[in-house]
Ligand binder design. Structure first.
Ligand SMILES: C[S@@+](CC[C@H](N)C(=O)[O-])C[C@H]1O[C@@H](n2cnc3c(N)ncnc32)[C@H](O)[C@@H]1O
Length: 357
């Protein structure tokens, strides 16, 4: 089953929303920075600037905030309205078993969803990504628009696997929080000898992931499990990975996820994560904290304040490293620096660590 493609008026509306998002990134953000730098330059050298107060007072800030939050809401509402009339049909389609499947789908109807997950509408998606088939389809279509047309072919995900994951002869790979499988599929291409498994809390996402992977001829097991408590035996994977999962979990759960990843890894195995981090650019970091609030990512600012290498060491990992990731360039840059772009973009980061013994 393929996701409905926006057409006609839906298409025109979503193109308009995409245009608003691109204007936010390419015009509103650089203008806000220009005003911020000008205001700092005008301030007497003796004034100690409170960044939040300075930014709140800039003329461009109200529109900047509006442009970050409202097009996102407009996008989800339109996708909901577009997909709602087909909800029953999509539900039925996702429940059809794939014949002669190369991979597997394992659902756990008894799995209790954690409250932090079930009660939060992450990135403002109404109802979250889990209650019904429609939510998974809405998420799949919306995920492209969220990346402002830059990741339509999921090239960021492929670059991560090809550039940031140590090239080894992995036997078993586990993708935590795999969603509808776009982060999992590139592992099959890069490591065809490996058994690739994607886990998630969302049954509809896993069903969609299974159908998409089978349609694309990728052998993957999709299983409904919590990343913090997978139920897999100890020492069963050579590589554990997670893309855009760890900014969505509270700190105690992140600690559990790292401990669980260490437990299921074999000695010599690697943890490789793609997520977001503060960059050290105070203005940009302030705006990213605000993104957490405006885009309903309640745990994101807390991740930005966490000493992730330290947390990894506390959970028994060795050689932790956090590396800026240039998603539209080479991936990890040779000099380890952040890409310099004037427009707003996600501060992607690769987090790696080893289980040595
Ligand atoms: C932002 S999405 C990323 C999905 C996918 N990795 C990708 O890159 O497209 C985060 C995913 O993590 C899942 N998730 C959140 N908390 C989880 C947990 N504790 N255990 C397993 N999956 C979780 C959500 O259901 C969602 O599908």
């Amino acid at each position: 089953m393929q996701s409905p493609v926006p057409q006609g008026e839906d298409r025109a509306y979503l193109d308009f929303v995409l245009g608003l998002k691109q204007h936010f990134a390419r015009a509103a953000f650089p203008e806000l920075r220009r005003q911020y730098e000008q205001r700092l330059a005008e301030m007497p050298a003796t004034t100690s600037a409170d960044l939040a107060e300075v930014v709140a007072d800039l003329p461009a800030y109200p529109l900047f905030q509006w442009l970050e939050r409202n097009p996102q809401k407009m996008m989800w509402r339109r996708l909901e309205a577009m997909i709602a009339p087909h909800a029953a049909e999509l539900e039925d389609a996702l429940n059809v078993a794939v014949e002669h499947a190369a991979g597997r789908l394992e659902l756990d109807p008894g799995l209790k969803l954690p409250a932090y997950y079930a009660e939060t509408e992450f990135h403002i998606q109404p109802g979250g990504v889990w209650p019904a088939a429609a939510n998974a389809f809405i998420y799949e279509v919306g995920a492209k628009i969220v990346m402002m047309g830059e990741n339509d072919d999921y090239q960021f995900h492929r670059l991560f696997v090809e550039n940031a994951v140590p090239p080894r002869a992995y036997r078993a790979i586990l993708d935590l929080g795999c969603g509808f499988g776009k982060s999992t599929r590139p592992f099959v291409d890069a490591f065809p000898q490996a058994d690739v498994v994607g886990i998630d809390l969302s049954a509809p996402n896993l069903k969609l992931a299974h159908q998409q992977a089978e349609r694309l001829g990728k052998r993957i097991t999709f299983s409904q499990r919590a990343a913090e408590s997978t139920g897999y035996p100890a020492d069963s994977y050579d590589l554990v990975t997670a893309t855009m999962l760890i900014h969505e979990v509270p700190m105690p759960v992140l600690r559990q996820i790292f401990a669980e990843a260490w437990r299921v890894l074999r000695p010599g195995g690697s943890l490789v994560i793609l997520d977001f981090a503060h960059t050290g650019d105070a203005f940009r970091d302030f705006i990213m904290d605000g993104h957490g609030a405006r885009n309903n990512e309640p745990y994101m600012p807390q991740l930005f304040r966490t000493d992730v290498p330290r947390l990894l060491q506390d959970t028994r990992f060795d050689h932790p490293e956090v590396l800026p990731f240039d998603e539209r360039g080479p991936g990890i840059r040779a000099d380890g620096t952040w890409p310099k772009r004037s427009e707003w973009h996600f501060p992607w980061v690769v987090i790696r660590a080893e289980r040595s013994h």
